[in-house]
Design a protein around this ligand. Structure first.
Ligand SMILES: Cc1cc2nc3c(=O)[nH]c(=O)nc-3n(C[C@H](O)[C@H](O)[C@H](O)COP(=O)(O)OP(=O)(O)OC[C@H]3O[C@@H](n4cnc5c(N)ncnc54)[C@H](O)[C@@H]3O)c2cc1C
Length: 465
């Protein structure tokens, strides 16, 4: 079988997968996009009610725009902020429609390998095509490919409440009172679930900010609505994100809205809390139990927003080079490691940082970040431009950098590192001005003020070039 005649399989018709397909088409290479959902942007539609912090100008891929232009498609106004639903309806679906039969829906990839070679076999490995197995409503199928671009995201595999990375004891049994998504509080049925209730929000990223701000809004109209914000770390200068220093103002505003929820008394912050168990009181309400033995007052609902993780199960026969902590490609991981820096600024990167011991297989988009946060669609578009060029053999274009990424304004150490003491070094990293003083609040504990450290930026740090 001659591999150059075979298509490139793209897994996932999300923003990155569709952009990959557009870039391949531009280079005269046939893509076949396999998408588990029955529409384009199925994962994005899962959070259709959430307004993006990126404007339209940062959400469309240049190669995709070129494909769309002859259809009469007009780019939404550059400076406006779509919701996830808008992004899917006004850009992703039209793009998938123009790609036509190159996108197959209801096609769930279940395995990727080299044809006739499991992962331990070396002989003639690199001359064998890839074989991709997938399921459809009518059964199992397989397709051969010259290369595989996995753009399947991380949306389907949220992290649990348990601080160990495993579901906390009792977490699965309490599933009916737990969600792992930002609730759509504009939907009357969802709103009723949280109105007048006490809800724990676990997490410290943009999604947790969105949930806290939403619950605070509900609290203004519905007495008794209250949030308990569970953080593994302490509160510091950068807990609420970059605020006005964020180069994406809407992202900065999310943190400020969460801060307002706390300041206005709609949410209490519980710091240094690592959830170990979920118990129930006599009425069925949930009691979160910390690793240190603390038991919180009962809550009616729990919103777990502790991050997303990649599903690597269908790649087990492929020789991947992944960082052992982040599960991101080895070369990319140091650029995005939240243990070293929480800055969203990673220098634009492409096929070199995304390559694996197995040639011609790439993890791109949200999935390329593994467990690291702060992925931006723009990053994914640059990745797939470079990867498509590499697959086409155009090394010069593949190596070229064509993107400048915005900074979060919270560069520094300890983006995810959850030791409460880590707050000491936050905000003092490579991008941010030194923080003046950091205040750590402990619930039921006296307020402690600690001085900011003034660390130098870590080598290869977050500001990049
Ligand atoms: C609430 C929220 C808000 C965000 N806001 C922003 C923002 O403002 N700006 C920004 O730049 N980024 C934002 N992001 C990050 C955002 O998710 C990405 O920019 C973008 O969605 C990533 O696109 P992707 O194609 O890599 O992954 P996804 O959008 O997750 O797409 C992956 C696709 O793969 C499909 N799939 C999964 N598994 C399989 C399988 N086994 N077989 C076949 N198909 C499969 C899924 O159904 C999905 O369609 C946000 C994320 C969230 C969760």
């Amino acid at each position: 079988m001659s591999t150059p005649q075979l298509p490139v399989i793209v897994i996932g018709a999300g923003p990155t997968g569709l952009a990959a397909a557009a870039n391949l088409v531009e280079r005269g290479i046939e893509p076949l996009v396999l998408e588990t959902g029955n529409t384009a942007g199925s994962a994005v539609r899962g959070w259709s009610h959430v307004r993006l912090f990126s404007t339209w100008s940062e959400l469309t891929d240049p190669a995709a725009e070129k494909l769309l232009a002859p259809t009469g498609w007009t780019k939404p106004e550059a400076g406006t902020y779509p919701s996830g639903g808008d992004w899917a309806e006004q850009y992703l679906q039209p793009l998938a429609d123009i790609l036509g039969d190159r996108v197959r829906y209801n096609a769930t990839v279940t395995g990727v390998s080299r044809s006739g070679r499991d992962r331990i076999v070396d002989a003639e490995r690199e001359t064998q095509p890839f074989v991709v197995h997938f399921t459809t409503p009518t059964g199992e199928e397989r397709v051969f490919a010259r290369a595989v671009i996995d753009a399947s995201g991380t949306w389907s595999t949220p992290s649990p409440a348990g601080a160990s990375g495993l579901p906390a004891l009792g977490e699965i049994a309490a599933a009916h009172r737990i969600t792992y998504r930002v609730p759509d509080l504009k939907d009357p049925a969802v709103r009723a679930r949280y109105a007048g209730k006490r809800t724990a929000v676990i997490g410290s990223g943009a999604s947790a900010f969105t949930a806290l701000a939403g619950l605070a809004d509900v609290a203004k109209d519905e007495p008794g609505t209250h949030a308990v914000w569970i953080l593994r770390r302490g509160i510091s200068g950068s807990t609420f994100g970059g605020g006005s220093a964020d180069q994406l103002p809407a992202r900065g505003a999310l943190g400020l809205a969460a801060k307002a929820a706390v300041d206005e008394g709609h949410a209490d912050a519980v710091t240094g809390f690592r959830t170990e168990a979920v118990e129930r009181d006599g009425t069925g309400r949930l009691i979160l139990v910390g690793e240190d033995g603390r038991k919180l007052d009962p809550v009616d609902e729990v919103v777990v927003l502790t991050g997303l993780r990649p599903d690597l199960s269908f790649l087990s026969e492929i020789r991947l080079g992944l960082d052992e902590r982040l599960q991101a490609p080895t070369e990319l991981a140091p650029l995005i490691d939240p243990n070293q820096h929480s800055c969203g600024t990673v220098y634009p990167h492409g096929h070199r940082e995304l390559s694996h011991p197995e040639p011609d297989v790439y993890l791109v988009g949200m999935k390329s970040y593994g467990r690291a946060p702060t992925f931006l669609a723009m990053t994914g578009y640059e990745q797939v431009r470079s990867v498509a060029a590499a697959i086409a053999g155009d090394t010069e274009a593949a190596d070229r950098v064509e993107l400048t990424l915005p900074e979060t304004g919270v560069c520094g150490g300890a983006g995810l590192f959850d030791d409460p003491a880590a707050a000491l070094s936050e905000g003092a990293g490579c991008c941010a001005a030194p923080a003046p003083a950091l205040v750590q609040l402990g619930v039921g504990a006296p307020v402690t003020t600690v001085a900011a450290a003034t660390e130098e930026a870590p080598a290869g740090g977050c500001c990049g070039s």
